[in-house]
Design a protein. Structure first.
Length: 94
């Protein structure tokens, strides 16, 4: 089954949690400002993929701009208690 929760972004964004019949869940979120409800939504999800527009750079106004960094992705994974996680950026420069 597929569940969604809202993210914080300039354009409407969603975070996805897909659960297969065997009980293994997968979480994905596109770029979003750090948003604790995402971690709660993905709680105990074994694997999370998180897009982060700012890449390795931490940005002062990330929340206001609706964008995240690799550090924000790591915080979400840690808060959600993911077993494994990955992040990527669509930017050419990090």
């Amino acid at each position: 089954h597929l569940e969604t929760c809202n993210t914080i972004h300039a354009l409407r964004g969603l975070c996805y949690r897909y659960g297969d019949p065997g009980g293994t869940d997968f979480g994905f979120t596109g770029d979003t400002a750090y948003h604790p409800p995402i971690a709660r939504f993905l709680k105990d999800c074994p694997f999370i993929v998180h897009e982060a527009a700012h890449g390795l750079r931490q940005v002062e106004n990330a929340r206001e701009s609706g964008h995240s960094s690799a550090e924000d992705a790591a915080r979400i994974a840690k808060d959600a208690q993911a077993i494994d996680w990955a992040w990527f950026t669509s930017k050419k420069r990090m």
